[in-house]
Structures are given as C-alpha cells and as structure tokens.
Design a protein around this ligand. Sequence first.
Ligand code: FAD
Ligand code: NAP
Ligand code: SF4
Length: 674
Amino acid sequence: MTDYPQLLSPLDLGFTTLKNRVVMGSMHTGLEDRAKNTDKLAAYFAERARGGVGLIVTGGYAPNRTGWLLPFGAKLTNRWEARRHRKITAAVHAEGGKIALQILHAGRYSYQPFSVSASSIKAPINPFRPRRLTGRGVRWQIRNFVRCARLAKKAGYDGVEIMGGEGYFINQFLSERTNKRRDEWGGSPENRRRLAVEIVRRTREAVGRNFIIVYRLSMADLVEGGQTWNEIVALAKEVEEAGATIINTDIGWHESRVPTIVTSVPRAAFADITGKLEKHVNIPVAAANRINMPEVAEEILTRGDAQLIAMARPMLADPDWVRKAAAGSADEINTCIACNQACLDHAFGNKHVSCLLNPRAGRETELVLLPTRRSKGLAVVGAGPAGLAAALNLAQRGHAVTLYEAGPEIGGQFGIAKRIPGKEEFAETIRYYTRQLELAGVDVRLNTRVEAADLIGSFDEVVLATGVTPRVPNIPGIEHPSVLTYPEVVRDGKPVGKTVAVIGAGGIGVDVSEFLTTENSPTLDLKEWKQEWGVTEPDAAPGALTTPVPEKSPREVYLLQRKKGRIGAGLAKTTGWVHRAALKAKGVHELSGVNYERIDDAGLHITFGENHEKPRTLAVDTVVICAGQESVRDLVDELTVAGVVTHVIGGADVAAELDAKRAIEQGTRLAARL
Ligand code: FAD
Ligand code: NAP
Ligand code: SF4
C-alpha cells in the first residue's frame, strides 16, 4: 500500500515500460559541454537512476553548430561524440534506469554570431541576430535532428526528447511572432508546424518503432504573438501521428515576462492547461513546472491531467526523491525551493549547475561524504543553513553531534525568509532538516544560547555557525521609535505604519518591500497569481496573455539605496526581473543615490547629490533597516585561546555576499573533511 499509487505505477509504452511516472526533466548542467566531464555526468545520472526515477532526460545537445546554446557547447553530431555517451547510458542502465537524450537547437537563442532561425528577427534576450534559413537550410536542419537521434540510439539511449518549446528553434517556426516566412515553412499554421512534424516523422522513420521519442511542446508561449490554442492542439495531434511516444509539456518562452518556475509561482500552476491538452491526444502527456512534492504529483495524475510528471530541479535537490516517496517517507525529501540560485542562475551564468540545498549535485565524484573511521564528539553552534548542513552531514558520517540553537526553532535566517510572500517553500527546508536531524540522531538543543565555557573541554572540536545579525547604520536618530530592523518586522510581527521607508535595497530590502506591500500571498492562490501576472485561459488569447491586475498594496513604500543606478541590479539573473516587476506592480517608490541625514518625528530626511544639495523628507510612519549584515563571532576568540579546534562557517565566517548557497556548501564541505 502506498500513498502515491498513480505516481508509482508503471507506464507501458508498448515496446518498453517505465517503472513509474516520474521523468527527470532536462537540465543543462554544463558538464555536457566538455568530453572530460563525461565520467562526472555519468555519476550524476547514475545517482538519480539509483534513486528510482522512471525516465531521465539529459541536458540539451545541439544537432549541429548552428544550434549551440553557447559557442563550443554540447552537441551530438558524429560517432566519436556518440561513443563517449556509452559511459552515461551504461551507468544509468546498470542502476536499472532509462535515459533519453535531449536534442536542443537554440535557434535565435544561440549565443553566437552564426545562429539561424525561421526569420531574421533578434531575440530581446540575445545580442546576436539570427540568419534566416533558406528552404534548403531548413531541410539540412531536419537531417541533422535525425542524425542526432540516430547517434543517440547508437550510444545506448532509450530515446530522445525533441525540444519544441521554450522559444527555441522549433518553437520559433511554430509562432507567427518569429516566423514571417511565406514559403512551405511559414505563413499558415500548417506550414509553421511542418518543421516540428517533419522532425518527429523523419526521426521515427530513422530510429524504428522501439525507441522513445518525447516531443517537448509549448502549451502556452506567454509572449505577444504566441501560438493560439487551436494551433497548439493541432500540433499535439500531428506530433502524435508522426510517431511521438510521449508529449512533455512546458510553458513560456525564455523572453516571456511571466514567471513560470520561480518560487513565487504556485505549485503545479499550469497543470490545468496540461489537462486541457491531454484530452486531445492518445499518447501519454507529462505535466511540468513547479511540481516538487509527491502529493502534488499524485493529485495531477489522479485528476487525469497527465500520465507522467516531469521534474528537473527536484531531482537535483534530492536524487532519492522517488525512493523516499515509495518508502512513504516524503517528509525526508529535500524539497526544491525553486530559488534557481545554483541551477538556472549557474546555467545562464555559464557555470556548472548544482543545487543550493544539495551542493553534491553535479559534483558526485568530488564532494564525497564517506563514513568516518574515527567518530568524534562535535558541537555545532547555530542552526541556520550552515550549521544544519554541517550537523546533518557530520552525523550521517558517524560523528556524535550536538547542535545548539539560541532560538526556539531551527532554520536561522530561513525562518525569516519563509515568511516573505512567495517564499513559503523555504519552510520545506526547515521541515527537511528537522526530520533528518532526528533520523541521524543529532542532539538538538533549542532555546540554548551557548557560551565558550559550555563548550571548552566537552567536545573534540567545535563548528561555529552563529551566522549574522542585521547591521544598524550610523544615522542620527536611528534609535527613534519609528525604526525597526527586518527581523522585528518579518519575524516578530512588530506593527508597521501605512507609509514606510526601507533602508537598503539588497535581496532582503526587496523581500521586505514585497512583504510590506502584499496582503495575501499570490503563491497560495493560483487565480490571484494569474491575475497579477496577466495569464489567461490558453484558448482565450494567443500566447495565453491578458492585462495584469496586481493586488493593491496596503502601504506606500519607499525603497532606498545609497549607490546610484537601478534598484535590484545585483539580484540574480533568473529571479531578479520577477522581483523588480513585482515591486513596480505594487507602486514601490525606488530611490537610488540617496544620503541618509537623520530620522525624527517628521520622518526620514535624505539628500541627493555629491554635496547633499537636494534635500527631501519622506514623511513615513516607519523606517525598516535592511542595510546588510555583520558576522556573529563572539565565541571565536575565547575558544581559540582555550585551544579548542574551532571551525567557522557561513555568515559567522564572512557576512559579505553571504547567501544560503554559500552557507550550505561551506557546511557540507567542512563535514566531508572532518
Ligand atoms: P544564520 O541563518 O544567521 O543562522 C545562525 C544561527 O545561529 C541563528 O539561528 C542564531 O540564532 C544561532 N546562534 C547565534 N549565536 C548563537 C549561540 N551563541 N548559541 C546558539 N545559537 C546561536 N539566502 C538565499 O540564498 N536565498 C534567498 O532567497 C534568501 N532570502 C532571504 C530572505 C530573507 C528575508 C532573509 C532574512 C534572508 C534570506 N537569505 C536568502 C539569506 C540566508 O537566509 C542567509 O544567508 C543564511 O541563513 C545564512 O546562514 P548561516 O547559517 O550562516 O546563519
Ligand atoms: P546586501 O545584498 O548586501 O544589501 C545590503 C543593502 O544595504 C545594500 O542595498 C546596501 O546598499 C545597503 N547598505 C549597506 N551598508 C549600509 C549602511 N551602512 N547604511 C545604509 N545602507 C547600507 O544584503 P542583504 O539584502 O542583507 O542580503 C543578504 C544576503 O541574503 C544577500 O547576499 C543575498 O544574496 C541573500 N538574499 C538573497 C535573496 C534572493 O532572492 N536570492 C533574497 C534575500 C537575501 P547601499 O550601500 O547602496 O546603500
Ligand atoms: Fe531547486 Fe534552488 Fe536547488 Fe535549483 S538551486 S534545484 S531551484 S533548490
């Protein structure tokens, strides 16, 4: 008896059977791009196959150089390249898994001067203008897709996924927005579909019947001039007829201004659209996007909205996701919080992909946590992300760990982050650690602020993960009763007036501004979220877009920084634009290049200009301080003088540019060493 009967039931594809309904969706890790990383890639996939995933899809491989995502990126164009893939397929098969290679032609998203597309129209997110393909050029591209699939089969893959969504090459032919052709590949919807259908048809002819072809279909483009619903349904049917085994869905082009996967998008936000599409085809359809827990997946399958669930990031965060679900231990899952910080931000920053929560992802061969040969008695002080990662990994390696936390719960600053509207997922990390610390036998002492004397002589070594405390800037009047720090506002719920100035516009200042301007978290209400971002029913408008209607802010907020330039410029690539758009929608006043003069009963006095020549008073009820952090290191000196072997990690080590990614990685790396 299982809690997830649909999710864990096999899927018979006629010529082969998937052992369950979980597909590890494609995520380009960067390891694909270099032959020397093949062993690492094999280990990465093997770990996920061992964890029980039904079908793995690799990161994208271009069918030729014009389709590269980046210059010298991953491609599969000849048998020498195919040969090294054997290591990957063998490793996955040895673990009882199945794996398909994704064929990804970037089209006008290719970051190089030799890119090609349906028409010569530059993408707003790429400086390179693509060359318009001739009819002969289009046919050559089709042959290259087919060659790539044939090579994948030779390399031992169980199938291929043909990437037809996200605004890439095939999607560029499908949509009038990017296809202005008047030949057989453009104009009418039938002509625009021809490339996609021909690729599937010719691939099927080339690979035979017993090979999985997944077609990745954009079920709403979320851009002006995107495909209509009728066109999308017709495409799904034709792709089925042409020989696809499975339709995997996605939503939104990379240039879309509607967020589709960040943490503030409600869970399973687009599964209803998958359900609408599913009714029109007879092959299995996979739902994707913001599905991260087994109960969410089970509900989608039970409703009949899909037959498969595709998840990419959750498999980075926890390779044992399926095994834990099958064991009835969903509370042990390290749930992807959709932060993008170590996965998509790395991918778009041309760095190897990993996971904020699981720094071993993509580094399975180098960050190894073996059982210790000499168990020690260790104290970890501070149960923020750094201390939690250290304590858990140390205990799992066989050390005797006592974890001290001054506060009433574990989580450190994550306990504040989880209260920000749209960051509710952060609570899952606290749940995960609570359960895992229990399983690993860590002695957790809450409400215990330790001092050096409590530690000296009691432990073999001490890990200090005492984190950070908000910086209080030296502004005259900072002690005025209208001034609050961000923990006082967000964690302690101190009353805040109707007009507020936020000092500091880093990640926390932006989060706090969203907290102050949001009454009901849209993440928790799909209808409201869709209204806020202007997403309508797919059959109501091409691209499924309508006019956004954001919720009215309950407060007037001024967000300030001393440096000149755009507020939020330092936010991450894949999420920063979502925060900036949310602030704009809530009418937050953004003021850069300010000098803070004083705070008094009249409000916050600021000046602008090098010589402070332009004064202004913001008549605010409350001033919230979000001016960065300082390390809490009060135990370091005493422990060092007493000769205690002391390791300092996370914010306690360095407060500047601290985030949970660094804190968890530092904790994990230390635990691997001790
Ligand atoms: P902390 O989280 O500060 O934890 C330190 C812990 O040590 C605390 O619980 C404290 O009570 C305890 N402690 C201190 N002294 C003692 C003592 N003597 N005895 C016992 N216990 C002690 N980061 C991201 O990467 N992504 C985000 O999206 C993100 N969003 C955020 C949103 C907000 C609103 C906030 C406030 C932070 C956010 N962060 C985010 C930052 C992230 O939470 C921090 O970088 C991270 O928590 C730092 O981890 P740490 O373990 O070093 O320190
Ligand atoms: P931060 O990004 O370093 O921002 C601190 C802000 O305070 C800056 O705007 C800075 O701007 C201002 N400041 C610094 N010293 C000041 C002073 N003495 N007086 C007045 N203003 C001062 O730090 P944070 O916002 O506290 O965030 C901490 C970390 O958490 C960040 O590194 C971030 O990565 C992480 N975080 C991430 C996210 C996310 O979405 N990924 C969200 C929240 C937090 P000026 O100097 O120009 O005034
Ligand atoms: Fe999920 Fe964040 Fe990890 Fe990416 S980095 S897999 S979004 S938790």
